[in-house]
Design a protein around this ligand. Structure first.
Ligand code: PLP
Length: 420
């Protein structure tokens, strides 16, 4: 048990504070794939924190790159003609790594801000192209696109939308793995009213659903046929999580925009951004008098950019993208063993270092809180997993070993045993 602080003033995101205020789990140290509570007990970080610690914890190289940058120039804004060397270097590097030739990079401080940026840019792109009525944004049932204004409006998890009053009205959801449902929605609305379609390559927070074979290629084609901007939300899938830089390369896609965050710094400092295909940037970059009036104070923050560059160096030097490919099968096999456990209904994954174990229907019917109870039981066996709807999600750092993957499935088995 951890010696957790009591009576916190810290309001935890998404938490039922009436419960959490007196019962927190305090992480005070981390190294590699391990995190430590305040009593010094270690746990295997089976979720890479919140899907992001791709290079693992405690990398002094990133710490030193950030510290060196802070000594030189800790921060300065990049509005108008201001810039700084790390922000420039990061944008160049990301543009070169991106699957779209000549892509531009808009930097933000996280995933939700990147979604708002991409959605506003999609609408303004159409306004610049003389079609200001193209404002509608399509997305998928069960999708998670963060909790900023646009992300809340286009998200597909209903509980995240209720009680907030009027959200952005020109937004609707299509069935989550059915390309025909996208085509029908476009036909119903009229393509000339639709600005963009947003989709996560592998659906994450909505329960961890890899795409059905051919689905992503089909929706990209439907978008192209109707000139609807296809935005891949790769906030989880990028920077090696599914074995490639921006997630989408695996399916041979070249979206109009890609949102990213998390793994771009492995979480050492907060950063997100949008990769923008040249043709979408064109009206803004080649025609005077058309600024994109959008941005935030810390866009292009040099210390954060220096941390991202150091993180990308590690991903490259240690060949962690091919490593994720190598570990994909061992992780999936280890989780599939759990399908034999009576508490398990379904095992999903097999795409990168992402997996989910959904609990058995009878268990969920008797107690919808079973995934949270299971997570706590598994934590007692020394492994962190994450309850997601009916399932437990696993997304370890890319530096994990095969024997550590086995530790995850063993602790999950033991924790599920303890549920009964
Ligand atoms: N998009 C996706 C697919 C995500 O998984 C998340 C966060 O988990 C976000 C957007 C929002 O990112 P952030 O929490 O950095 O705002």
């Amino acid at each position: 048990m951890s010696t957790a602080p009591r009576n916190t003033a810290l309001w935890h995101p998404f938490a039922d504070m009436s419960q959490v205020k007196n019962d927190q789990f305090c992480v005070s140290k981390a190294d590699g794939v391990w995190i430590y509570d305040q009593a010094g007990r270690r746990y295997l970080d089976g979720t890479a924190s919140l899907w992001y610690a791709n290079v693992g914890h405690g990398r002094t190289e990133i710490v030193e790159a950030a510290a060196a940058q802070m000594r030189e120039l800790e921060s300065y804004f990049v509005f108008n003609d201001f810039t700084n060397p790390p922000a420039e270097a990061l944008a160049d590097r990301l543009s070169q790594l991106a699957p779209m030739e000549g892509a531009k990079i808009f930097l933000t401080t996280g995933g939700g801000e990147s979604i708002d940026t991409a959605a506003k840019l999609a609408r303004q792109y159409w306004a610049q192209r003389g079609q200001p009525q193209r404002t509608h944004i399509l997305s998928r049932g069960n999708a998670y696109h963060g909790t900023n204004g646009m992300g809340t409006s286009i998200g597909g998890i209903e509980a995240n939308q209720s009680g907030f009053g009027q959200l952005v009205p020109e937004a609707s959801r299509v069935a989550h793995d059915d390309a025909e449902s996208l085509r029908e929605a476009i036909d119903r609305l009229g393509a000339d009213r639709v600005a963009a379609f947003f989709a996560e390559p592998v659906m994450g927070a909505g329960g961890l659903y890899p795409p059905e074979p051919g689905y992503l290629e089909a929706v990209a084609k439907i978008c192209a046929e109707h000139e609807i901007l296809f935005v891949a939300d790769s906030v989880i899938c990028g920077f090696g999580r599914v074995g490639s830089w921006f997630g989408v390369e695996r399916w041979g896609l070249q979206p109009d925009m890609i949102t990213f965050a998390k793994g771009v710094t492995s979480g050492y400092l907060p950063l997100g951004g949008v990769v923008i295909a040249e043709r979408v940037a064109e009206p803004f970059w080649n025609h005077p008098g058309r600024p994109f009036r959008h941005g935030a104070t810390y866009s292009g923050h040099p210390t954060v950019a220096a941390a991202a560059l150091a993180n990308i160096d590690i991903l490259e030097r240690e060949k962690l993208l091919p490593r994720a490919d190598e570990l994909e099968r061992p992780l999936h096999d280890a989780l599939r063993q759990l399908a034999d456990h009576p508490a398990v209904g379904e095992v999903r994954g097999g795409v990168g270092l992402l997996g989910a174990v959904e609990l058995a229907p009878d268990l969920l019917a008797a107690d919808p809180g079973a995934p949270t109870r299971a997570q706590l039981a598994i934590r007692d066996f020394g492994v962190i997993v994450r309850p997601l709807g009916k399932a437990l999600a696993v997304s370890p750092p890319l530096i994990i070993s095969e024997s550590e993957i086995e530790l995850i499935s063993k602790a999950m088995w033991e924790g599920l045993d303890a549920l009964a």
